[in-house]
Design a protein around this ligand. Structure first.
Ligand code: B12
Ligand code: SF4
Length: 519
């Protein structure tokens, strides 16, 4: 059967990425790539369209009609939900009898919502979609219907929403084929300017889930926790060799949630990479614990030049509350080891954590400066549904906006405020602290002096300009009025409703309370 897979764009992408510099900051949709590869193993013909790169047009509609898919899959996450509905509506107009399936992170957390909000959506898939989508397509081809497939939700004839059985089955990473990157035009993508040293660069995954899974603000600590799995170093090296030899890729951004803690995999990978003279550069995200000096030295030798650490706060009591499982001292040590090994560091910090005051935030900014990080990002706390932090913030009654409304994520780098802790006077004060954090971190003569050498290279100027854009808020992408109207129309069945802070009137629809746990 012919299957069309689309990655929905966000409202902001529409303006930002259709410019000439379109590809920077956009990486291939690996989730769809894996699904496509598994579908092809079953003999299906697949096409992938990334709507962050293409606009809806008569030509595109014609191309899709010609391809004539038997089923369509659309991937959404929180900020692309509305555009996903628009896309489904357009597709339903040109392919009225073709089932439209929704999947992706937002659907995994709210599996019934797309069916409630958008009549063009026929089926939703919760969790990792490789085998489920294959079973859906196989069933449609063999039996002409798709009801009852595990981890799916669908509309019954009377309009009610039904669910297939719940299954904890998740793909074995060693068995999965490589993502079908030949279905994506790799040279239309590039990481953010501060994320690469060499081009062409692309993203890659070696693990899924998180081995630690306890930070209170994270999905991996809540009801949506996924089983931690990893593939072998040998498979990872094969994938990198393929990308290097077939596509000329010279740099890799690991998109894994928790790669650095897997010392075994990384050491084996680094040894193989050195032995095979892979000659690639790479970067990843990482936790501070467990991380040894030896591991950082080994990965640096294999080409790792940047690690992004989730540091969150410069206050030990707040780190303990967040259950980060790390000390400020360990953090100092690891960042310093990374620098000694020649690895650049990106630290991400949360501002307005429960229990934080502007004074404590100041300590966080001091800590970021003390660590001498290469880059830092300060992000307001968004208590996301399904995380332990969400429950805390709801019970405090201090959420000022739903983190899932379409307002908080209007901006790419400076999202609006959804939560104001007791120690802050207002949303405005949180915004002021955020701006101050960027100003204090980036507008330091010492910072610029230290980095002057790097500015000699052309792309580094752009890197630091990106840092400055963070600082002065130039990277905002506000919604247009017509977009807002559309958002309101399609959000008419709210996931939940937030009343102003201190009123303790936060409600969650029963639908989401029923969301099943996938282990
Ligand atoms: C890499 C990454 C990014 C990269 C983007 C990479 C890219 N290619 O676009 C960057 C750093 C840019 C990024 C940015 C953001 N991200 Co992000 N990101 C991730 C991360 C860490 C990994 C994504 C990934 O590759 N996963 C692995 C693949 C295999 O999984 P997958 O894509 O989810 O696909 C599987 C399933 O979802 C499902 N599936 C997916 N699509 C479909 C479609 C169909 C039809 C079916 C059946 C199934 C299906 O099957 C797939 C295969 O198993 C995830 C966390 C995570 N572990 O997933 C967060 C995550 C996706 N990001 C998230 C968020 C919130 C953001 C931001 C909005 C943050 C912000 N405030 O700015 C921005 C958005 C920027 C933008 N304009 O798009 C959230 C999404 C929450 C939600 N409810 O949707 C996540 C889940 C992190 C989190 N826990 O908060 N992100
Ligand atoms: S924040 Fe990182 S380390 Fe903590 S639970 Fe989430 S993925 Fe794991």
């Amino acid at each position: 059967m012919r299957v069309l897979l689309l990655f929905a764009n966000t409202l902001a992408d529409r303006r930002k990425y259709r410019s000439k510099a379109a590809r920077v900051g956009i990486l291939p949709p690996l989730g769809l790539g894996y699904i496509a590869a598994v579908l092809r193993q079953s003999g299906h013909e697949v096409r992938i369209i990334d709507m962050r790169l293409d606009s809806w047009s008569q030509d595109l509609a014609e191309e899709i009609r010609e391809f004539n898919p038997g089923i369509v899959g659309i991937s959404i996450f929180v900020i692309s939900e509305i555009e996903g509905y628009k896309l489904a509506t357009h597709l339903k107009e040109i392919l009225p009898h073709v089932p439209i399936v929704f999947g992706g992170p937002q659907v995994s957390y709210f599996p019934k919502t797309p069916l409630e909000r958008c009549p063009a959506v026929d089926i939703t898939v919760q969790g990792e979609g490789e085998y489920i989508m294959r079973d859906l397509v196989d069933a449609l081809e063999k039996y002409g219907h798709t009801t009852g497939i595990p981890n799916t939700f669908y509309r019954a004839i009377d309009g009610s929403i039904l669910a297939g059985p719940s299954s904890p089955v998740v793909p074995d990473l060693e068995e999965l084929p490589f993502p079908a990157r030949d279905l994506m035009t790799l040279d239309r993508y590039a990481p953010e300017v501060y994320e690469f040293q060499r081009l062409p660069a692309t993203n890659i995954l070696a693990t899924r889930g998180c081995a630690y899974g306890q930070c209170t603000f994270c999905f991996e600590a809540g009801q949506f926790r996924t089983k931690y799995r990893y593939q072998s170093a040998a498979k990872l090296v094969r994938e990198i060799e393929t990308l290097r030899d077939e596509y000329g890729i010279r740099e890799f951004v690991f998109n894994d949630d928790d790669l650095l803690s897997n010392g075994k995999l990384l050491t084996e990978f680094a040894e193989l990479a050195i032995q095979k003279k892979l000659d690639v550069r790479w970067s990843c995200w990482g936790r501070v614990t467990p991380c040894s000096q030896r591991l950082l030295e080994v990965i640096a030798k294999s080409g790792c030049w940047l690690v992004s650490f989730g540091i969150e706060s410069g206050n030990q009591d707040l780190l303990d509350k967040l259950q980060k499982g790390m000390t400020l001292e360990k953090c100092r040590q690891v960042v310093s080891w990374a620098h000694q090994a020649g690895i650049e560091t990106f630290g991400t910090f949360m501002i307005a954590i429960p229990g934080e005051t502007p004074e404590k935030a100041e300590k966080t900014i001091d800590f970021a400066i003390e660590l001498d990080l290469t880059y830092a990002a300060f992000i307001p706390t968004h208590p996301l549904y399904g995380t332990p932090l969400f429950e805390t913030c709801v019970s405090e009654g201090r959420l000022v906006k739903s983190p899932y409304s379409h307002e908080p994520l209007q901006t790419r780098y400076l999202p609006k405020i959804s939560y104001v802790p007791e120690g802050y006077e207002s949303e405005h004060q949180v915004e002021q602290v955020l701006s101050r954090a960027y100003r204090r971190f980036y507008f330091r003569p010492a910072y610029w002096l230290k980095h002057l050498k790097k500015l000699a290279a052309g792309y580094s100027v752009r890197k630091y300009w990106t840092g400055l854009r963070f600082a002065v808020g130039l990277s905002r992408n506000w919604l247009h009025e017509d977009d807002s109207k559309f958002a309101v129309r399609y959000s008419s069945a709210p996931v939940y409703d937030v009343k102003p802070a201190n009123q303790r009137l936060f409600t969650i629809s029963p639908v989401d309370r029923e969301t099943r746990h996938l282990s």
